[in-house]
Write a protein that binds this ligand. Sequence first.
Ligand SMILES: [Zn+2]
Length: 303
Amino acid sequence: MCTVLTQLLLTALHRVPSDALWYWRIGMDYPIVAAYFLFSVFALGACLGSFLNVCIWRLPLGESVIDAPSHCTTCGYDIRWYDNLPIISYIVLRGRCRNCRTHYSCRYLVVEALTGMLFVAYYIKTGLMELPLAMTASGFVMILLAITTAWIDVKHRIIPDATTFPAMLLALIAAAAFPEVWGTSNHLLALGGCLISGVFWGVVLYLLAYLGRMIFRCDALGLGDVKFMIACAMLLGAPGAFFVLFSGSLLGTVFGIAAALIRRKPLKHTTIAFGPFLAAAAVVWLFAGEVLLQIYLSGKLAY
Ligand SMILES: [Zn+2]
């Protein structure tokens, strides 16, 4: 069974086509074009990071992210477009509201810059590894979900459905539109693979969450974590989801034990948010997944 699975994974890895690289090659040939592409990708990430800031603030409060225009949460001043430019406006206004001079959280700057930098890094990675351009689309969705989840879960201890459900929908659209992401040229097959991956991990993790509640009498695995994992499985595939669950849980558990020791509290009274650890593991898989999978498979074959 393990050998069959290993061969299937190897086949999937080698079936990724390498003919969609014009976008990278013209950039490599002409440095100005490369700079233009990288700046455009950074700008796209920063703009989407600006939208993530709205999601991070409003979703836990149950507010709409599209209805009301951006406004200062202290004085209600409607933020003008020129004060809403990602990164630039924060630096120009030195992180203050133009009207009441209240300090804004540095989160606005960090999320915009981080999203932009991760977008550029992932774009470069897909180019260097000769992966299909379509992979950047699902990778960007994973980056957006990871940043939002980490921030909201740390602050509010929830992972809203309004972040995981759209990510699942975008994963389905990406699979149907760009089947090469799933190592096939058949649109239906890719869509089926994406659906099966999500359903499989959903069933397994819902069962684990249910058993955890029955045995430990507490939510060892929250339903928000389960839905985040389903989105991971649909965006990264089953091996990626396994890595995210395993390493994210391991990191979270080590952090929980360290926190209990530092606070000198019993472990059972120490609660931690797993979302940031799962999100961090998802980003690690995005950037090093192929290498980690090859190391695992070569170890299996050698064995
Ligand atoms: Zn204000």
